[in-house]
Structures are given as C-alpha cells and as structure tokens.
Design a binder for this molecule. Sequence first.
Ligand code: ACO
Length: 354
Amino acid sequence: MATGLDDVVAAETALSDVDGLAGRLIIRGHSLDELAGGTSAEEILGMLFANAFDQGPTPALLGAARVTVFKRFEHHLKSLADTPVFDAVRACVALLPDDDALETALLLVAAPAVLVPALLRQRDGRPAIAPDPTLGHAADILRMLRGQAAAPAETAGLDTYLVTVADHGLNASTFAARVVASTQAGLTSAVLAAYGALKGPLHGGAPGPVLDMIDAVGTPQSAEAVLGAMLARGERLMGFGHRIYRVRDPRADALKGALAKLPPSPRMDLALAVEAAALRLLKQKKPDRPLETNVEFFTALLLDSLGFPRDAFTAVFAMGRTGGWIAHAREQAISGRLIRPKSVYVGPRPREAA
Ligand code: ACO
C-alpha cells in the first residue's frame, strides 16, 4: 500500500502540472521558467482564477480587499502580538466570511499580505501601515513591511516568489483544501485546512529551519562536517529532497535567479557551500534516491534578503499559495465529487467475527 498516496491520482486539474522526471512545473499552460521574473502576483492570480469565478480578480479589487482586511483586523493586532505570526494570520483568516464569492477569495489572498507586515511591525513596537490600494500587490506588501517604497528589483523579487509558489499540483496543503471543498464547505474553510497542512516542516515549514541550518554551519569550511554530523544523527537536511521531483526543483532555479538580481546577501557564499556539501553528502547516503535542492532552500535566502524574519516565512508562503488553494477548491467544488478514500483496518476484530 502507498502510505503517502504516492502515485495515486486523486483529482483532475487544469491548474498546474508537476513533471517530476523532467523537473518542470507548468501553470495554466506556461512553464515556470517562462513565468518567473516577468509575471506579477496579480497576473498569476488572474490565470489561476480564470475558471473559478464569473468575474476576474482585477488589481483594483485586490487593492480594495487589502484595505478591507486592514480595517477589519487593525484593532486585533495588539491582542495577537504574542501569538506566532503564522497562527495569528490563521486566526484572522478564520474570521472571514465563508462562502464561494470572488470577494471572499480576494480577502483570503489579501489577509496574509496585509497581516504579516502589520503583525511584524506591531511585535517590534512600530505602528502598522495601512495598504495603498493603488500600488501593485508585491510593492504594497514590502511598503507595509518597511514603511518605505522598495526598490523595483526587490518588488520584482517578491513577485517572482509569489508566482513561483502560487500553485504546485496536489501538494499536501492543496489536497487538504480540495478535501474540504469537496464537501461543499466555503472557501475560508478550505483555506484554513490548507494553512494547517502548510505549517509542518515537511511542507511549508522548512525555510525557517533552512536558515537555522545555514547559520549552524557557520563557515563554508565547516559545511561538510556539520551536515555530515546531522545525517549521522538521522536528521534531515532542510531544503533538500522532494516527493515528486527526481531532478532539480525548477522553483529553486527561479528563486535563485531572483536572488541574483538583488544586492549580494551576506549569507550567499555560505549558502552555496552548504548546498554543494549537502548535495554531495546526500548522494553518498542515498545513491539510488535523487535528493536535490528544493524550493525552500532559496525561499529562505530570498525572503531573508527582502527583510522578512525567518519565523514569518511560512506565513509568506501562504501569501503566494492562497491563490492556488482557492483555484483548486473552486475546481473541486465545481467539477469534483466528495473525496472519501478507504482505509484498511488492521486492528483487532470482535470475538464473534474471528
Ligand atoms: N535529508 C536527509 N535524508 C532525506 C532527506 C533530506 N532532506 N529527504 C529524504 N531523505 C531520505 C529519507 O530519510 C528516506 O530515507 P530512508 O528510506 O532511509 O528512510 C529517503 O530519503 C526517502 O525519504 P521520504 O521521506 O520517503 O521521501 P518523501 O518523498 O516523503 O520526502 C520530503 C519528501 C518530505 C520533502 C523530504 O525530502 C524531506 O523531509 N526534506 C526535508 C524537508 C524539506 O525540505 N521540506 C520542504 C519540501 S518542499 C515543499 O513542500 C514546499
């Protein structure tokens, strides 16, 4: 039995295709290589939502949703200051309306974009900054985070990140969203299920630990010894391996390309030494199982360069992935059936049945 449902087809989708052998991600007919670096967060949302709602998600509607989210939660920020960022965003998301309307979808997309910067500022004792609905989504997120306009290369870097992680087949969080949507529950319920799945370190919780691991290595010369000791203790090297990709994760390349356009990060040389050592050691440890760099390795470096603290990385992932979750939830609700797999009972049987 495939305990992790490997190779089980659980849905048909016109949204994205993860070709693990070719190392290719297709989103709505375009390869990620084509999309990354030239597509905005709004454009990818438009592509993902094309068949999901009667109306398209315009930049103006998304800007208005950012303003609504800020007004709705501005007065909750203080009471959430001691709650971990991801949990605080999830708590606010739970309070949004739970239906299938485009307005709700846009509030769900806007929620992490507005709340992550606001919660981070609140925690540091700085006032939260209201959204500017006339700005692009990525530019506004960075402005709300820093209190000043970001450089165009930084805005482009965040756009590349949001596009790169927008959708990725039937990953754990998207599957969770589809399961909930298959019961005809509302979009907020589906997205909340996805938040739960995203949080784990085997899925969206990896990039913070990636940075911890790079910092623990300390110098390029120690990479081999520190990572070797981790593997000897049976630990996993964060940011490596993937259930489907058997060659390099194309998202890692997209994010590495975005990083190259930013001023050099002080961690970059160390990170590249860690990557090289990790790939060498993993090849030795598992010669038959390709374990390559995954999206989370370069996510950690890119989000760090853009000024997000590591404990917010998973919530920033939700900024990008919410559009994908919603598109899948709508696809499932419109054309799918209730998802209800079987289990094999391996417990004791009543005496009379023996
Ligand atoms: N470091 C060390 N060993 C590894 C790693 C790793 N990063 N990844 C897999 N392995 C080993 C496992 O220990 C296992 O060995 P075993 O057969 O001796 O027990 C073997 O390779 C196969 O691993 P599985 O866990 O069966 O592979 P799976 O497809 O379930 O793993 C996963 C995919 C969870 C991403 C895994 O590679 C991992 O834990 N990576 C580290 C965490 C990480 O980077 N997560 C982010 C993933 S990307 C995303 O979700 C957005």
